[in-house]
Design a protein around this ligand. Structure first.
Ligand code: SAM
Length: 250
């Protein structure tokens, strides 16, 4: 895993034309989340207009958790989705992330510290083959250096019949809503979220660029299928601002 090294901005404006192309994307992403961790949840709630937790609940529902299920929530960050899975009655849930300050907040939020959170890289999961019934990743796939490798890892650790759940930002298909959303995400949110976080890492300027230049809906479905998942379906949330992708390991 990369290491958090210094206080330098993770992204300068001239480096954001396609942040996914940066050779050192992983260490930049890690530095950026370390910088914004303390205000991450507040910014999520405010800038999603309190929709983000409903999106996570919809992701849990899409997973169809059964008693006895083992769930790995990858790129768990401050743990909101991990905790939602624990509340849904999974037998065992683990949250994995590679940014220690995000994991520290997750641990503090877990009731009775009952949900385990551990260091783990999405591209090399510290889990045995065929050990999970559900693997989830919320707003994380876009931040991983090689999303195809991460999806291959999800496939490896899932049992046959296991479900992968990817919750990710998208852009509305309706042209008017798309323009409104682009204005909000590209012009308003970077300013207000940066102010609230007191951020100098460039995280909230990276965010809209990372969505615009990431795999679109069809490409995400294609990668899931290429990596072996079947019955791959998208569920659109809030006019297409976010999407849940669900697939099954045959
Ligand atoms: C936008 S946050 C999402 C956090 C959480 N899933 C949520 O729903 O709020 C993205 C997270 O992905 C993590 N991340 C990015 N690349 C990763 C990788 N290769 N392995 C593990 N975590 C990674 C970051 O550390 C960060 O906590």
């Amino acid at each position: 895993m990369p290491t958090v090294d210094d206080d330098a901005p993770a992204w300068r404006p001239d480096e954001l034309s396609n942040p996914h192309a940066a050779a050192d994307k992983a260490s930049r992403v890690q530095r950026m989340f370390a910088a914004i961790a303390p205000s991450y949840d507040l910014n999520n709630r405010l800038h999603s207009m309190w929709r983000d937790q409903a999106w996570r609940r919809a992701a849990v529902e899409a997973a169809g958790v059964r008693p006895g299920d083992v769930v790995a929530d990858v790129a768990c960050g401050t743990g909101d989705l991990t905790i939602a899975f624990a509340r849904a009655g999974a037998a065992k849930v683990i949250g994995l992330d590679f940014t220690p300050p995000m994991l520290s907040i997750a641990r503090r939020k877990s009731p009775g510290r009952a949900t385990p959170f551990a260091a783990g890289d999405a591209m090399q999961l510290p889990l045995p083959d065929a050990s999970c019934n559900v693997v989830s990743i919320a707003f994380g796939l876009r931040n991983v250096a090689d999303p195809r490798q991460a999806i291959a890892e999800f496939f490896r650790v899932l049992r046959p019949g296991g479900r992968v759940i990817v919750l990710e930002f998208s852009r509305p298909a309706n042209p008017l809503l798309r323009r409104l959303n682009d204005f909000y995400c590209g012009r308003v949110m970077p300013v207000t979220a940066t102010l609230i976080a007191g951020d100098r890492s460039g995280a909230y300027h990276y965010l809209p660029r990372s969505v615009d230049t990431f795999l679109d809906r069809q490409a995400t479905l294609d990668v899931l299928r290429e990596r072996g998942f079947i019955d791959v379906t998208p569920t659109t949330l809030t006019f297409g601002v976010a999407v849940i992708y669900r697939g099954i390991k045959p």
